[in-house]
Design a protein around this ligand. Structure first.
Ligand SMILES: Cc1cc2nc3c(=O)[nH]c(=O)nc-3n(C[C@H](O)[C@H](O)[C@H](O)COP(=O)(O)OP(=O)(O)OC[C@H]3O[C@@H](n4cnc5c(N)ncnc54)[C@H](O)[C@@H]3O)c2cc1C
Length: 438
């Protein structure tokens, strides 16, 4: 099998790289063993939310966050990628990547709002705020500045244990002292039965989303039940629900409900319907542009001195040889399976060295990369391959390992998405540039 580009990994970074390369008229194959962190994520694209020395003061502008990172962290992918062309050019590329993402997702029926101009605040199920700058429209309508002077009702579903609306009301009322914008907002909560799932105590989010997708009666009955609650409320009434409003048909369903109520989806932890929607929308767009997907695990490769000649992908007992001019490694970190978490920590396929803050960690046992406090900023989360400005992985002596190997997304080190809130943002810009470079 001969291609221009072979991408290893089918998360956000791999698909962004793949769709970008396809739009450059390249013949692209994507090999993935399963889903990774992307399908578990909230699907909100964080670029920079926080950065030390004030990790708990959010940036109102992601661009200010990028500037601070460049000043302080020479190993961060944002710093490396702008090193040649300068900040302005990098910000332009980021804006292009965001436009590209928005139009690619729109082609698959998913609308995203926001951009690099400002960070917004979104409520999660426990009443803390999530900072991000790009979100699906159903989440974006629940941006906290939209709550000003409104009556906001959180609706939970009986038998769906992942969301308790009354707990959220209590928590969000405590937030009022920090957020002037919601000072005059009335919050309340209630439960309704989810149509056709009455009398169950074990409902999971994906099955509700699928039921709304496939059954018009569920949709209509949901409107009736929410309508009962909205009776007597004035125009400034707003409804927050868990993110279950459809899967593949989400945008049509959301628009339909929106024509009845000012409705938005809250941010919930995994399992994540929005993460799954994002994953599926990217896959749809990749296939629509004639990308080829192979469901298999890349287990080995053959190289000459400077290049990878081919890779071997295994599916049960069958081994498929895939040849391409260029290869993009987008296998994620520990959840995706790109990095081995046992001793010694290495990248799994090409045995590339793994770095934390510029230091190769091959001789450091994994347990030493955690701090004692559970919620501390653990060094292990910024582990990954070290790259040059072309996104090529480097060896311990800072030499390019293979001329035709590039990388994108979580496999890259030098940033800690958990602390700084930059996970899908790094995937977006590195995937976009890797797709163009390769
Ligand atoms: C619970 C959770 C919530 C999050 N929330 C947010 C958020 O709100 N905002 C945000 O910006 N970020 C968030 N993140 C971070 C974000 O999800 C990740 O940074 C991002 O998804 C990483 O994408 P990726 O494409 O690099 O890797 P992944 O999505 O992990 O994909 C890796 C892919 O590589 C494949 N793979 C691995 N090894 C092989 C192999 N040998 N052969 C073939 N295929 C292989 C995997 O099967 C998978 O398809 C969250 C993460 C988690 C876990």
């Amino acid at each position: 099998m001969d291609f221009d580009v072979a991408i290893i990994g089918g998360g956000f970074a791999g698909f962004i790289a793949g769709i970008t390369a396809l739009k450059e008229n390249k013949k692209v194959v994507l090999i993935r063993k399963s889903q990774g962190a992307t399908a578990l994520s909230t699907s909100l694209v964080d670029v920079v939310g926080y950065y030390s020395p004030d990790p708990f003061e959010p940036y109102l502008s992601p661009v200010d966050g990028i500037k601070n990172i460049i000043k302080r962290n020479p190993y961060h992918p944002y710093t490396i990628l702008q090193s040649d062309t300068g900040l302005d050019c990098f910000i332009d590329s980021f804006c292009n990547a965001i436009d590209f993402l928005k139009s690619s997702l729109e082609n698959s029926g998913l609308i995203y709002n926001g951009g690099l101009d400002k960070n917004a605040f979104f409520l999660n199920n426990i009443g803390t705020t999530k900072v991000s700058c790009l979100a699906p429209s159903a989440t974006f309508s629940g941006e906290m500045s939209n709550f000003k002077e409104k009556n906001v009702v959180f609706i939970g579903f009986k038998g769906f244990p992942d969301f308790n609306p009354n707990f959220l009301v209590k928590a969000v009322n405590e937030l009022k002292s920090n957020y002037n914008l919601i000072k005059n907002t009335e919050f309340s909560g209630c439960y309704i039965n989810f149509p056709t799932f009455e009398n169950r105590g074990d409902i999971v989010s994906v099955e509700m989303a699928k039921a709304i997708d496939s059954d018009d009666k569920v949709k209509e009955e949901l409107i009736n039940r929410i309508g009962e609650i909205s009776k007597g409320n004035d125009k400034s009434f707003s409804v927050g629900v868990p993110p279950v409003l459809g899967l593949d048909e989400h945008f049509t369903i959301y628009n339909y409900l929106k024509s009845y109520f000012d409705i938005f989806e809250l941010v919930l932890p995994p399992p994540s319907v929005p993460g799954y929607r994002l994953q599926r929308a990217l896959e749809k767009e990749f296939l629509k542009n004639n990308g080829e997907i192979i469901q298999a695990e890349v287990v080995s490769f053959v190289n000459d001195k400077t290049n990878i000649k081919y890779i071997n992908a295994e599916y049960y007992e069958k081994v498929i040889e895939v040849r391409a001019k260029n290869y993009i490694l987008a296998t994620g970190k520990f959840i995706g399976g790109g990095i081995n978490s046992e001793n010694p920590i290495v990248e799994k396929i090409f045995k590339l060295p793994i770095f934390i803050e510029g230091r190769c960690i091959k001789d450091i046992p994994p347990y030493k990369l955690f701090k004692d406090e559970v919620f501390a900023s653990h060094p292990i989360f910024s582990a990954g391959v070290r790259i040059n400005k072309n996104l090529q992985p480097l060896d311990e002596n800072m030499n390019v390992v293979y001329d035709n190997l590039f990388s994108a997304g979580g496999i890259i080190g030098g940033y800690n998405y958990i602390v700084e809130k930059s996970g899908l943002g790094v995937c977006l810009i590195t995937g976009f540039l890797a797709g163009k470079n390769s």
